[in-house]
Design a protein around this ligand. Structure first.
Ligand code: DC
Length: 218
C-alpha cells in the first residue's frame, strides 16, 4: 500500500506551499496535477492544435511528452517551468481541463505518480477522482477576497501592480466555472477534511494538517 495525501481546493488558496511543507515533513513524492494540465496547454499552443480538434487534444494528452525533474518541468527537452505559469497557458489549461476525454487521457499519467514512500497530490479532483483511496484528503478553502489579496501581494513582490477588484471578480467567476463543470467539479470528497484558511497563516494551516496526518497514522 502506498500512502497518499491529497490536497484539493481552488486556486490561490495556498495548496502549493502546503504541499511543499508536507513533502518535506513526510519525505513523500509530489504530484502537481495543475502543471500537467498546464503542460498540455503549452503543447496545444506550441503545436497550434485547435480547441475544436478533440482527437488531436486527446492524442497529445495520451503521450504528453512532459517530465518533472528536480522541481523543473521539461517538454520535449525544453524547460517550460516558467512559461507554463503565464496567463495564456493558464487560460488554455482551464479550457482543456473542462473536456472529459482529456481528463480521462491524463488519469493514468497522474495515478502513476504514486510511489513509495508515498505521495502528496495537489489539484482539484485528487481526492474525488484520481486517488479516491487516499489515506488523508485535505480540502482548502478561503474567501475570494483573501485569495485576491494574496495574489495581489504575490504580484507586488514580482514588481507587478494589479487591480484587486478585477482579480476578485476573476476568482469568483473561475470558482463558479470550476464548481459547476460536469466532469470532476471542484468539490470536497465526502471523507475530506475541509480547512478554511481565510484567517490562518501558512504555519497554522500546516500545523492543522500535521495534526490530521497524525490522527490518520501518517
Ligand atoms: O492549479 P493550477 O492553477 O496550476 O491548475 C491549472 C488549470 O488546470 C486550472 O484551470 C485548473 C485545472 N486543473 C484541473 O482541472 N484539475 C486538476 N487536478 C488540476 C488542475
Amino acid at each position: 500500500m502506498i500512502n497518499i495525501i491529497t490536497v484539493d481546493g481552488p486556486s490561490g488558496v495556498g495548496k502549493g506551499t502546503l504541499c511543499q511543507l508536507l513533502c518535506e515533513h513526510t519525505g513523500f513524492h509530489f504530484l502537481d496535477s495543475g502543471a500537467i494540465y498546464r503542460s498540455l496547454a503549452y503543447g496545444v499552443l506550441d503545436k497550434k492544435i485547435e480547441l475544436e480538434n478533440q482527437p488531436g487534444l486527446v492524442a497529445l494528452a495520451s503521450v504528453l511528452p512532459v517530465e518533472f525533474i528536480d522541481g523543473k518541468v521539461w517538454f520535449e527537452g525544453q524547460d517550460i517551468s516558467l512559461t507554463i505559469r503565464n496567463e495564456d497557458v493558464a487560460g488554455m489549461a482551464s479550457k482543456v481541463a473542462a473536456m472529459p476525454a482529456v481528463r480521462e487521457a491524463l488519469l493514468q499519467r497522474q495515478k502513476d505518480f504514486a510511489r513509495q514512500p508515498g505521495l502528496v497530490a495537489d489539484g482539484r479532483d485528487m481526492g474525488t477522482v484520481v486517488f479516491p483511496q487516499a489515506q488523508v484528503k485535505l480540502f482548502l478553502t478561503a474567501s475570494a477576497e483573501i485569495r485576491a489579496e494574496r495574489r495581489v501581494n504575490q504580484l507586488k513582490n514580482q514588481g507587478v501592480t494589479a487591480n484587486i477588484n478585477k482579480i476578485t471578480q476573476d476568482i469568483i467567476e473561475r470558482d463558479q466555472r470550476d464548481m459547476s463543470r460536469a466532469t470532476s467539479p471542484l468539490i470536497p470528497a465526502d471523507d475530506a477534511f475541509v480547512i478554511d484558511t481565510t484567517d490562518l497563516n501558512i504555519h497554522q494551516v500546516f500545523d492543522k494538517s500535521k495534526q490530521i496526518l497524525q490522527n490518520c497514522g501518517i
